[in-house]
Design a protein around this ligand. Sequence first.
Ligand code: DGL
Length: 272
Amino acid sequence: VNELASAPLGVFDSGLGGLTVVRALRAQMPHESFIYLGDTARVPYGTRSHHTVTRYALGCARVLMKHKVKALIVACGTVSAVALDALRVELDVPVIGVIEPSAQLAVKLAQGQRIGVLGTNGTVASGAYPRAVAALSTRSEVVAQAAPLWVPLAEEGWLEGDVPRLAAERYLQPLLAAKVKVVILGCTHYPLLIPVIQEVANRLSGEQIPVIDTGVAVAQAVELFLADRQRQALATAPGSLRAYVTDMPASFRDVAERFLGSPLAHVEQIDL
Ligand code: DGL
């Protein structure tokens, strides 16, 4: 009946971190099918200029458009922060980034108190979170902190012990000193470190600090969006996942499971 309902959702990221977002999307909507693109040839995006990130993001998006996706989900925190408007202008499909849904959830939880944001250098420098929060609340202020070391730690699988704990203390200290009451993990990789981040945040503040996974926030937003437009997949069979990368498919597959939470059977290499 509804042709768009059976179309896949497109998801892209600078590399493999976006699989944490796919994990949350699939948990929320097990009947949806996904096409994932990781731009592993050009990762990282978090240290590049707005101009370059936007150009790369448009290249990724055009590949997914060829698969007739019913919506495009920008898993990458950096792309969501700097290139969302350009993608929305350029593409003839709904584009959903991770920032608005996370900001909405944070504003609700913060109740007018300060909100902490952790992300790449690019995400923090963009000011996208302060803008998104200001559009929703005149009371909550945003305190942002770049946490670049968590990206290689997550890729390395170094998720416990002194090194991640000390990095978490270093990155969380300024936020908690500023009395934030909620922390947004504004980068694809950080959800892998949630246990250590949560432990350090609670210990340093002496309170329970809610930690927001942007994948979980965007999954709720995508589900609402599809329901609203009556574009949900029929609940007849589990959805599929196809992954494409621009370099190193074998090593991508090896590390993918840690981010996705389940094995990734098929990964194909493509050129943009
Ligand atoms: N995917 C990026 C993000 O969420 C992190 C890795 C990178 O810098 O490309 O911001």
